[in-house]
Design a protein around this ligand. Structure first.
Ligand code: PLP
Length: 404
């Protein structure tokens, strides 16, 4: 299958309806693909019922659609089986689930290792766990280009470490984490590895078995699926060892006034009515993405990112946050223009039809590392084209003229 960005763009209803929009905020949210849009509509029109409760035909159809979505996620992640897929409200909810369920077994002196490049979603739940249970947080420092400094892994990963929670790719620099050495070092001290896959999943299927990680979290809306749904994948034996986090309907074995036994994973972690139609939409999005020509799409976004890096580099007063090259990096480019506030730059860009985000990107420790309060971020998806980069560069030159 050959790849055309223009044809791909047509498969995204919002973009197809807004030809003048240069959407370059994909790290925040990917646009909803037609496959997901159609699946959600179809589900709500034909199979809408609660799941795992009813025995009438409609309810059984809803069950089948929901479990089919679980299988579609499992296939995208190359999970050993669908029971390893827990539907959550998103990455944040998935990480909080682990911080509570896994955190329940931790106590004073146990250690959790993070990196300085984490999104707040992978910082704050651990700081809250530290306040509840007295665990020690170890923060892996960064090399000057913002990549995780793996040379310092041994120093921070002690035999007291029980969990390593790191991002698969930074939402600010796009740098992809080298997980293999982290996983083998963590497993050597008996620690589990949780990966925040929020950014990576948008850029093609992930193989959790090849990565060797224990737990993997991501959000549907970043993978061109609906909002309000996400996934915690976990190796079966890792999930089975975790107690539930939220209690309620759907997650029980038997309830008496005195006590409750719990269902096996994944249901143990899906208390209450789950985001059913959203899960169905996410499954459809991933099923569609799975069949896309990723090698061509990566070459396309890398070409655009390379051009962007080169043309930004010659703008006077521009500084990048993160690596300057494209090695092992997603097409996410963050930068500042000397003396210009990122929000002001974004407002001028908006007048050019360019949607990019400016701010701290929920990564204030990383902003502190770079010595800035915020940055402008352009994040590319396969539907982006040279015209989007042209508009961004023209808008930036205009911002420099108007604001400089
Ligand atoms: N982790 C990373 C790396 C992210 O980029 C984001 C969102 O920007 C999140 C976690 C949180 O995702 P959500 O808000 O969908 O839970």
């Amino acid at each position: 299958m050959s790849f055309s960005a223009a044809k791909w763009r047509d498969r995204f209803p919002l973009l197809a309806a807004h030809p003048g929009l240069h959407y370059l905020d994909n790290a925040a949210t990917g646009q909803l693909c037609e496959a997901a849009f159609d699946a959600v509509t179809h589900h709500d029109l034909t199979h809408r019922a609660n799941v795992l409760r009813g025995t009438y035909r409609l309810a059984e159809q809803a069950d089948a659609a929901y479990e089919n979505a679980r299988q579609q996620v499992a296939t995208y992640l190359n999970a050993a089986n669908a029971e390893e897929v827990v539907f959550t409200a998103g990455t944040t909810a998935a990480i909080n689930l682990v911080a509570h369920a896994f955190g329940e077994g931790l106590g004073a002196g146990d250690e959790v290792m993070l990196s300085l490049a984490e999104h707040h979603s992978n910082f704050v739940p651990w700081q809250m766990l530290r306040a509840r249970r007295g665990v020690v947080l170890r923060i892996l420092p960064l090399a000057p280009d913002g990549r995780l400094d793996l040379a310092r892994l041994e120093e921070h990963l002690t035999p007291r470490c029980k969990l390593v929670a790191v991002t698969h790719a930074s939402n600010v620099t796009g740098a992809v984490t080298e997980l293999v050495p982290i996983v083998s070092a963590a497993h050597a001290v008996g620690a589990r590895v949780l990966v925040d896959g929020a950014q990576a999943v948008q850029h093609g299927p992930v193989d959790v078995q090849a990565l060797g990680v224990d737990l993997y979290a991501f959000s549907g809306h970043k993978a061109f699926g609906p909002t309000g749904v996400g996934v915690l994948w976990g190796k079966a034996e890792a999930l089975e060892q975790l107690p539930p986090f939220l209690g309620g309907g759907g997650m029980i074995g038997r309830v008496t006034p005195g006590e409750t036994t719990f269902a096996m994973p994944p249901r143990r972690f899906e208390a209450g009515t789950p985001p059913i139609a959203q899960a169905v939409g996410l499954g459809a999005a991933l099923d569609w993405l799975q069949a896309q020509p990723w090698a061509d799409m990566h070459a396309h976004t890398a070409r655009l990112a390379q051009r962007l890096l080169e043309e930004l580099a010659v703008l006077p007063g521009l500084t990048f946050l993160g690596p300057r090259d494209l090695r092992n990096r997603l097409p996410i480019v963050s930068f500042n223009l000397d003396g210009l506030h990122p929000h002001d730059v974004c407002q001028v860009l908006d007048r050019h039809g360019v949607a990019v985000r400016g701010g701290h990107h929920c990564a204030q420790p990383l902003m502190d590392f770079f010595g800035v309060a915020g940055a402008v971020r352009a994040s590319l998806a396969p539907y982006n084209s040279e015209a989007d980069i042209d508009a961004l560069l023209a808008g930036l030159k205009d911002a420099m003229r108007k604001l400089g």
